[in-house]
Every structure is written in structure tokens, then in C-alpha cells.
Write a protein that binds this ligand. Sequence first.
Ligand SMILES: [Zn+2]
Length: 144
Amino acid sequence: MEKWSVVRCPACRNCHGTRTRARQCPHCGQTLPSSTPIVATADSAAQLRIEVALANTPEEIRDELRKKLEASEEPLVAINSTSPRRLYTLILEQAGKSGIIRRDDVEEVLLKVESDMDADDLLDQLEINGTIIRRQDGTWQLLE
Ligand SMILES: [Zn+2]
């Protein structure tokens, strides 16, 4: 069983989840050293979300938040085989008529399909493929 890890970026102190060793902080873009400490591990993408939320929460309200998050977590149907093509279709739907997406839209889609993929990784991949193009204002224009 593969494990997810929560790591804390030494530069901006934000935590994020990763399936392999983290390479880059999604918050500040800092390249993470291999010595970056793992602050928590999770067995599923759902648990990972909880652990990341908790790691980014001040210690004094962590217990309370954990209770809340674990209570609201619904039983999961894992979609492990979500292909980039399928993701793109969902992003397309999310973008609607405008054909413009924000990083939040991508995160929402990834959340929806329980993907452990990083929004930035997916955006990079789509950009490399030439399916999207980065706009000046930090959003992306879909090209298909
Ligand atoms: Zn950072």
C-alpha cells in the first residue's frame, strides 16, 4: 500500500501532501531538500487532506478540527485510474463557456475525483502538452 506524506516547507512553513518525496513547495515554489521532514503520513488521499489541513492549523485548535474533518469525511470511492484526459474533460466542464480556468478550479476537479495529483503538476502537464496556455493574470486559457 502506497503512503502519502505531509511535508512542511522550510521556507514558507506551509504543509502540503505528496505521494513521493516532495520536490517543490506548491505554496512558494521553493525547491525542497531531500531532508525536508515528513510531519505526517496518510493511507489515502482523503486522510491526506485531513492531515494537511491539520498540519496547517495552529496546534491549539487542531484536535477540534480533526474531529470536525473526520466526522464530515464521507466514505470514499477511489478513482485511481483517473487519466489526464478525463481530468481535462472535467476541467473543461469546470471552465464553462469562458474557457478560462483558475488554479482553484483545477484543485476542485482533483478533489472531486479524489486524485492525489497536485494541481500545479497537472497544470504544468497540460501546459507542456499545449492544451492550456498561461495568461498574464495567472489564469489559464483552454486551447481545445
Ligand atoms: Zn514553501
